[in-house]
Design a protein around this ligand. Structure first.
Ligand code: ZN
Ligand code: ZN
Length: 135
C-alpha cells in the first residue's frame, strides 16, 4: 500500500477516476453492450432461435424483437431486462413469465403483425387498403 492513510488513497482514486473517467465510461458502455448482447442471445435461444412467424433463423440477433401478443398483459419490455446477466435472467420468474407472453419475431414479421393488428392487413395478409399515417 503506497499510502499511509485512507483519505489520501481516496483522493488519489478520485483524481485518477476523473482523469480516466471518459475511458472508464467507454469501457463500461462497451461492457454493458456486450452484456446486453449476451443476454439477448440467450433469450433468443430460449425462444427457439428463429422467428416464430417466418421460421427463419437470422445470423444477426438485432433482427429479433419480442412482441407481446396481449398488450393488456404486458408488464414490461423484455429489452428493459437485458442489462441483467444471463444467470439473473434465467433465475427471474418475472422475466421468464414475461417472455412467455411474447412471440419472438424478426423485425419484418413484427412490422407486419402490427399492421395486421391495426387493421391494415386481413388474416391472409392481404392489404385492406387501410393505412395509418406512418407510411
Ligand atoms: Zn419473421
Ligand atoms: Zn409487437
Amino acid at each position: 500500500m503506497p499510502y499511509k492513510d485512507k483519505e489520501k488513497q481516496r483522493q488519489y482514486q478520485r483524481e485518477h477516476y476523473k482523469k480516466y473517467h471518459k475511458r472508464y465510461r467507454k469501457q463500461q458502455n462497451e461492457a454493458r453492450r456486450k452484456r446486453r448482447q449476451q443476454s439477448k442471445a440467450a433469450l433468443i435461444l430460449y425462444k427457439g432461435g428463429k422467428c416464430e412467424h417466418c421460421s427463419v433463423s437470422y445470423p444477426y440477433d438485432g433482427v429479433y424483437e419480442f412482441h407481446h401478443t396481449d398488450p393488456n398483459k404486458k408488464d414490461f419490455e423484455i429489452s428493459d431486462s437485458l442489462d441483467r446477466n444471463v444467470d439473473e435472467l434465467f433465475n427471474s420468474k418475472e422475466i421468464l413469465k414475461e417472455l412467455d407472453k411474447c412471440l419472438m419475431l424478426c423485425a419484418n414479421c413484427h412490422r407486419i403483425e402490427h399492421a395486421r393488428l391495426r387493421g391494415e392487413l386481413d388474416e391472409q395478409g392481404n392489404s385492406t387498403g387501410h393505412r395509418d399515417r406512418c407510411s
